[in-house]
Design a protein around this ligand. Structure first.
Ligand code: BGC
Length: 726
């Protein structure tokens, strides 16, 4: 009898255990494996996983089968291999990669599918190069037109950034490569980036500067985040308890790796307790002396950092390894490919959809190539290659097609192409200082006279101007927002002799265009176009591709118009900068203050015309937990295939706090044949209409009326509709 009962009890126990095991998810099993590995490690081995052993690698634990972890820049292409212990390139022959147009160009496409396409390519190429973590995307807000890194970031608007970042990250990580969202947080200027202390209101943080990171982590599932160089409210970002522990870990539930930017660590105990996991790039030759090396071992031994804190970090690193199949299911890991025709096509698509047609008086564009006999190609940017610039995002690309290359190849047999330099690059690149931009406004009359001569004898003159990476670069900001090298004079003189003058702007951040808009009929903003830049721009000029990009930032008339400069708080004083403009960043400022910019956020023309019609919602009144289902149609009323970006903004006219005149809440890029019309449905959660209420320390949607504003740019709202929240 006793035996019988024992058997029954044992069976029942085994069934319970079996059921419990059955209920274990893949995730649970992974966590068990992680914990078991952590338990097997010595403190030395654990700490080895928490700091680099060279420029871009982190040691593994051979004894336990944990391999080295390999990291690489960057956001718009996999960077060439760098020597282990110095910054020189390693000189490999298999590391020429696909070069995409940088961040602002991606955002200008307003097409998250292109962000996805890019993520796939970057993932495949990173895997080909045996990389585990790719250091991108950059999701900082474009706060000032002068920030040197604007070209790498995306926009002044958090919704546009979020949509792009989430697609990019999901795609990249689907290829078993972890993204690293950077730079956490408020790295919105390059001047003094290593030591500036940024302060901003909690509301500005929540409404403007945090959403891109939040979306990247919570929706995109970003596996790593890179802590910025600067301080935030008095503490370095890499050891900022509020940002790193309270927000990133506790609020956003981030379980991945928080790493430093290269040489952004400042302490052992403080950083360890705040939640930093991985130290990269510290400027000390002996890796054992890094903050998260021997000093961390000592801090644990002295009881200043509990072992549980180290274990949490090690688990975070191992978790990223399992998720990217560095560990675990290694056999099914993506092997990767490099520079396939599909990859190059993706780079082309990105450049072609990014270009923004700012002006096209008299429909000078598209050029009717068959009817033209001659064309003048003028300007340094017609022949300059840009993929290799910008510092950490520079790319050793397999090839880069310049505008002149492409125009000669595509039209050279039917057109006489007259070439002139127009202006010369007078600047130099000096890492860490924008002094190379000084004295670069010389008007070179000899070059201008030559350009005028070729323009005179050509049916059309195209001037390729703008900037280059002596201006748009990591490690310094621009000195001013003007077109350098005497370009305004060149453009004016060419336009005097040839009324059919087109200006193509190659740049990644805002420029003053007031001196040229009234002088030339057509302006196309083509960004840095990556390896396929020339092919894309030639196809846009000839009409093979219809421009469909929209400005991802406001183009002010002058620098003084833009908020940070109007209030005199860029780049700050005595290494402190307070974001006084608060939530009024970009178009939020211009629209609320009723300042007319040169070209508004979201602006861009097409060779065809569109109409937005029949704006409606599923209801008139909503409660706070509901979703507004917005419907409208977009019609191509012109004669050419093209795409319109329908933009839905919302305003809250009566509120206890000042709210921006409009805030982007949703958008959709719609591709249409001539005459075609499509119905679009966009969902906006009522909770997304909230402002961050400092008094309540939380989001607040006040009951009352809200105005939905539908348009083709922030400056062209063609339909509005009132809804009520109860
Ligand atoms: C940049 C990062 C980059 C890192 C590694 C830093 O200077 O700020 O964006 O990923 O270098 O090259």
């Amino acid at each position: 009898m006793k035996n019988y009962r024992l058997i029954i009890l044992t069976l029942a126990f085994l069934t319970v255990v079996a059921q419990a095991q059955k209920r274990l998810t893949k995730e649970d099993i992974q966590e068990q494996k992680i914990q078991s590995l952590v338990k097997k490690m010595t403190l030395q081995e654990k700490v080895g996983l928490l700091h680099a052993n060279s420029k871009f690698y982190v040691s593994g634990v051979k004894r336990l089968g944990i391999p080295e972890l390999a990291l690489s820049d960057g956001p718009h292409g996999v960077r060439a291999e760098i020597n282990r212990h110095n910054w020189a390139y390693a000189g490999w022959t298999n590391d020429s990669s696909t070069c995409f147009p940088p961040g602002t160009a991606l955002a200008a496409s307003w097409n998250p599918k292109l962000a996805y396409e890019r993520g796939i390519v970057l993932g495949e190429e990173a895997r080909f190069r045996k990389k585990d973590i790719l250091l991108g995307p950059g999701v900082n807000i474009i706060r000032s037109p002068l920030c040197g890194r604007n070209f790498e970031y995306m926009s002044e608007d958090p919704v546009l950034i979020s949509k792009m970042a989430v697609s990019y990250i999901k795609a990249l990580q689907s290829k078993d490569v972890a993204a690293s969202v950077k730079h956490w947080l408020a790295n919105n200027q390059e001047d003094h980036r290593m030591n500036v202390d940024v302060t901003m209101s909690e509301r500005a943080l929540r409404e403007i500067y945090l959403p891109g990171f939040k979306a990247a982590v919570t929706e995109g599932g970003a596996l790593t985040v890179m802590a910025a160089y600067n301080k935030f409210r008095g503490d370095w970002c890499s050891e900022n308890n509020y940002l790193d522990r309270d927000i990133l870990r506790n609020e956003l539930g981030f379980k991945g790796v928080l790493m430093t930017d290269w040489d952004a660590a400042h302490s052992t105990v403080k950083a360890a307790l705040a939640g930093l996991d991985l130290e990269m790039g510290t400027d000390k030759k002996d890796y054992n002396e890094w903050y998260f090396a021997n000093p961390l071992i000592k801090a644990v031994e002295e009881g200043k950092v509990p072992m549980s804190v180290v274990d949490e970090k090690v688990a975070n690193v191992l978790r990223v390894m399992f998720k990217t199949k560095v560990l675990g299911d290694v056999k099914s890991r993506v092997a990767g490919v490099m520079n396939t025709p599909e990859h190059q096509k993706a780079a082309y698509n990105s450049a072609a959809e990014a270009a923004v047609l700012l002006q096209n008086n008299g429909n000078l564009l598209p050029l009717n190539i068959n009817k033209l006999k001659s064309i003048a190609i003028i300007g340094d940017n017609a022949t300059r290659k840009h993929c290799g610039g910008g510092l950490s995002s520079e790319i050793k690309t397999l090839y880069e097609i310049t505008p002149l290359d492409a125009i000669q190849k595509k039209f050279g047999s039917s057109l006489k192409i007259n070439i002139a330099q127009g202006y010369e690059k007078q600047s130099t690149f000096n890492e860490g200082s924008n002094s190379g931009q000084s004295n670069t406004d010389k008007v070179d009359w000899k070059l201008i006279d030559e350009a005028v001569e070729v323009a005179k004898k050509s049916d059309v003159a195209i001037i390729f101007g703008g900037l280059n990476h002596d201006f748009d670069s990591e490690s310094f900001d621009r000195q001013h927002m003007r077109l350098p090298y005497g370009q305004e004079t060149l453009i004016r003189e060419v336009a005097k002799v040839n009324p059919n003058t087109v200006v193509v702007i190659i740049a990644g951040s805002p420029l003053e265009l007031g001196g040229i808009v009234n002088r030339v009929p057509s302006i196309l903003w083509a960004w840095y176009g990556g390896m396929e830049a020339g092919n894309a721009v030639a196809d846009l000029l000839s009409g093979k591709v219809n421009p469909s990009g929209k400005m991802p930032f406001t183009l002010p008339v002058s620098l003084e118009q833009s908020p940070a400069h109007a209030l005199g708080n860029f780049p700050g004083r005595d290494l402190k900068v307070n974001y006084e403009e608060d939530v009024l960043v970009g178009y939020r400022w211009f629209d609320t203050k009723k300042i007319a910019p040169q070209f508004p956020f979201g602006y861009g023309l097409s060779f065809t015309n569109f109409e937005l019609e029949a704006l409606s919602t599923d209801k008139n009144t909503y409660s706070k937990d509901e979703t507004i289902r917005v419907k409208f149609s977009v019609k191509n009323t012109g004669k050419q295939y093209g795409a319109e970006v329908a933009q839905l903004y919302v305003s809250d006219p009566v509120c206890t706090v000042l709210r921006p005149a409009k805030e982007l809440k949703a958008f959709e890029k719609v591709f249409l044949q001539p005459g075609e019309s499509k119905t679009v449905e966009l969902n906006v959660k009522v909770s997304d209409l909230a402002f961050y209420d400092e008094a309540k320390k939380g989001w607040n949607v006040e009951a009352g009326d809200f105005i939905l504003q539908l348009g083709s740019s922030s400056g062209n709202i063609t339909k509005t509709l009132k809804i009520t929240v109860k």
